[in-house]
Design a protein around this ligand. Structure first.
Ligand code: SF4
Length: 304
């Protein structure tokens, strides 16, 4: 089984994070500048659900009242602007249109502006001002529709971006993988199990035991349920301590068994910046690829 992606990954992105000055106050930031040349490795679909709602630039800021973005879709919360005008129907239409654009563009993942009552996922507060409870209206739909979601501010952190990128490539690979038999499942698990262990050891142990005790061929429904469980796990971020621990574990293995020597890799307990750790991880990644070895923490090859 090939463990590489053979096409460019397509991102949807909040347009205000793509450099478009579409925020209510006419501002926007070019967060892709943080990726430098790497931004050319991906295809981009910038959208602004609020502008697509018919709300112009500049506009009165909007906020959620009576619940969060999930409640909004059940008709239990509203979107109002600063003048108290109900903008719920407009925002609903804009979000639906934005979602259909993401589908037509075939996007794999979405980079969102955190803090927005529309695009926000974990936060809907800006500068300490609450704009309703998270997730935002559009964010809620992105979660439900199973998109891989990345907060735009994490593009500025080399270690967080490394974490997102390695999980994203695994996510896209698994989402598109043809799986029709138990043999395919075992091969898929051989490639992803170390990353899954790193993200949730209990989950990985349980699912590993389940695969080990399989007697009958899995039905296509069972295969799809397993796929969804693993995809959902891959969407969850980890923490720097865990990344450091597994970097050391993987590196020790490669050094001992595969003769891989990378002087830049520091001991697990040594203090260093996130930027330095991201560099160590990239070095291990490159050496593993060169030697045709599977790097468990970042198993899928993405070369564009
Ligand atoms: S956060 Fe989303 S809705 Fe708000 S300006 Fe940015 S793209 Fe538009």
């Amino acid at each position: 089984m090939d463990y590489k992606i053979d096409r460019k990954i397509i991102f949807g992105i909040s347009a205000c994070m793509f450099g478009a000055k579409v925020r209510y106050n006419g501002k926007g930031w070019d967060m892709l500048g943080e990726l430098k040349r790497e931004k050319n490795s991906f295809i981009w679909a910038p959208i602004c659900p609020e502008v697509m709602s018919g709300l112009c630039v500049p506009r009165n800021p909007i906020s959620l009242s009576g619940g969060n973005g999930s409640d909004f879709w059940k008709g239990e919360s509203k979107i109002k602007d600063r003048m108290g005008i109900n903008r719920s129907q407009m925002v609903k239409d804009g979000c639906e249109e934005a979602l259909s654009i993401l589908q037509r563009s075939n996007v794999d993942a979405y980079i969102f502006m955190e803090g927005s009552p529309t695009c926000g996922v974990y936060r809907t507060s800006l500068k300490g001002k609450r704009l309703g409870n998270p997730p935002g209206v559009f964010g809620a739909r992105l979660i439900d529709d199973g998109y891989f979601l990345i907060p735009a501010q994490d593009l500025a952190s080399p270690i967080k971006w490394w974490d997102w990128r390695r999980r994203l490539t695994a996510f896209v690979w698994l989402k598109n993988l043809e799986i029709s038999s138990n043999k395919d499942i075992y091969e898929m698990w051989h490639i992803l199990k170390f990353l899954c262990q790193e993200l949730d050891e209990t989950f990985a142990r349980d699912i590993g035991n389940k695969f080990a005790s399989l007697k009958d061929e899995l039905t296509s429904e069972e295969i799809e349920n397993i796929r969804i469980e693993i995809l959902n796990l891959l969407r969850k971020p980890t923490n720097v301590a865990s990344i450091s621990h597994w970097l050391w574990k993987n590196y020790s293995f490669l050094k001992k068994h595969c003769d891989v020597d990378i002087p830049e890799v520091q001991n697990e307990g040594e203090l260093r910046s996130g930027t330095h750790m991201a560099l160590e991880l990239l070095k291990v990644e490159i050496q593993s690829r060169k030697n045709h070895l599977l790097f468990g923490s970042s198993p899928i090859i993405y070369n564009f």
